[in-house]
Design a protein around this ligand. Structure first.
Ligand SMILES: [Zn+2]
Length: 426
């Protein structure tokens, strides 16, 4: 199906372009065509879809969940008492439901691609199909992986690797790709690390791993291996061109250089870092390959980008709004690389038609020069009217086109308390 979006303001943050023009879509791509069904987008801004570079869709049913009896006081306790109990309680049905809910909410917030990092230690085999199906049911583009860990023993570590390998081999979904997931250095022993890196490299799959999110990751690596975490990953071959590391909060200056020189991507998750009290990542020093993720909080990249800006601003006045806009745009390069679509994240002819129509009547002039100011202080997920992924409308007039949102919410309200009850067993 071909479309022509007429009367809107085309905004391409990655190229710093703003122009009043119509936009053609043909065969899933942005095109120069003027043939197709006309869509009136007057009074609207059209942007490339946002990318969440690090998500945990499995946490979508955790909203409002009762806290543990004894409140956690450290990051390892947060994992142990909350997230490592939730992920063990997941079954195939709640994995798929969580993914669908998280993906639908992301779409409604203007996010068209999700890079997910999944864990369900009691239901590992086949879990990536459930995540992928949930994302596909919502019509989004996705990159999935299973977070390999030895925290339930080395045999579960091997199961995690096998699930990544199986998915990489079997997945045929048009809009889904796979990576080799890994939890973090402090829960992965030398054998599992070697194995997962070997399998990833054999399949040319990037490694997606948490890095130095909390001090505990650095402490563990120093105690067990006599080196800092980035050094350990680098030596193991898990920090290379195209790999994706999340957080990087506690990297020292030497490690920051190692990460920059490696060609790996960094997913910065400012809201999650604040929520867990782990500290502020040295994102300016980490260079241009820093993108943004939500770490499972939600799928709203407008809010994440704004938080990125405010945190950077708090740390230094020298960082302007353009910094956060560039970080937001960087996510598209990660996903574009996975799909061999270098133009993803732009509105250029030939780019995949992943785009968002925002009902935003700019109350002050909106130009290429002041675009970052509008993105940081004006545009929000609440302005999202329509969303297209690969030429298919998945949100029109603020309603999801593929999923009945009321029915989904009703199912989730039933499934969530049962999931929370199952956590009691862990
Ligand atoms: Zn994470």
């Amino acid at each position: 199906m071909n479309w022509v979006l007429e009367g809107g303001l085309l905004v391409d943050p990655s190229r710093g372009r703003v122009e009043a023009a119509s936009l053609g879509v043909a065969s899933g791509k942005i095109a120069k065509t003027q043939d197709g069904e006309r869509i009136d987008v007057s009074g609207c801004v059209v942007i490339p879809g946002n990318v969440c570079a690090h998500h945990h869709l499995y946490s979508a049913l955790a909203r409002g969940m009762p806290g543990p009896e004894e409140p956690p006081r450290t990051f390892p306790e947060i994992l142990d008492r909350i997230w490592w109990r939730l992920d063990r309680a997941l079954d195939p049905e709640t994995i798929r439901l969580s993914a669908r809910l998280g993906a639908v909410e992301a779409a409604r917030a203007g996010t068209t691609s999700i890079v997910d990092h999944h864990a369900s230690p009691e239901a590992i085999g086949g879990s990536l199909d459930h995540v992928a199906d949930g994302i596909a049911e919502a019509g989004l583009r996705g990159v999935v992986c299973y977070e390999v860990t030895d925290r339930h023993g080395a045999s579960r570590g091997r199961e995690g690797i096998a699930e990544n390998v199986r998915f990489l081999r079997e997945n045929r979904r048009e809009l889904i790709r796979g990576m080799m997931g890994a939890h973090a250095s402090f829960t992965i022993g030398p054998d599992t690390m070697e194995r997962l890196v070997g399998e990833a490299r054999a399949r040319r799959a990037p490694v997606h791993i948490h890095l130095a999110e909390d001090r505990c990751d650095e402490r563990d690596s120093l105690e067990r291996y006599g080196m800092r975490t980035a050094h350990r990953l680098s030596q193991a071959g898990a920090l290379a061109q195209g790999d994706l590391v999340a957080h990087g909060v506690h990297l020292d200056e030497w490690e920051q250089r190692v990460v920059r020189d490696s060609g790996a991507w960094v997913a910065h998750n400012p809201r999650s870092n604040m929520n867990n009290g782990v500290g502020y990542a040295p994102v300016v020093a980490l260079g241009s390959r820093v993108a943004l993720g939500t770490d499972g909080i939600d799928g709203d990249m407008f809010t994440e980008a704004r938080t990125c800006y405010l945190k950077a601003r708090e740390a230094s006045w020298q960082t302007g709004p353009a910094f956060a806009v560039e970080r937001l745009a960087a996510g598209a390069a990660i996903v574009g690389g996975m799909f061999d679509e270098p133009l993803l994240g732009t509105l250029q002819p030939g780019a995949p038609a992943d785009l968002v129509v925002l009902e935003y009547r700019a109350p002050t002039p909106l130009t290429a020069a002041n675009l970052p100011g509008h993105l940081m202080f004006g545009l929000t997920a609440a302005h999202v009217r329509d969303v297209m992924v690969a030429g298919r409308w998945i949100v029109r007039d603020r309603r999801h086109q593929l999923v009945d949102e009321e029915e989904l919410a009703a199912r989730c309200r039933e499934a969530a308390p049962a999931l929370w009850n199952r956590m009691e067993a862990y």
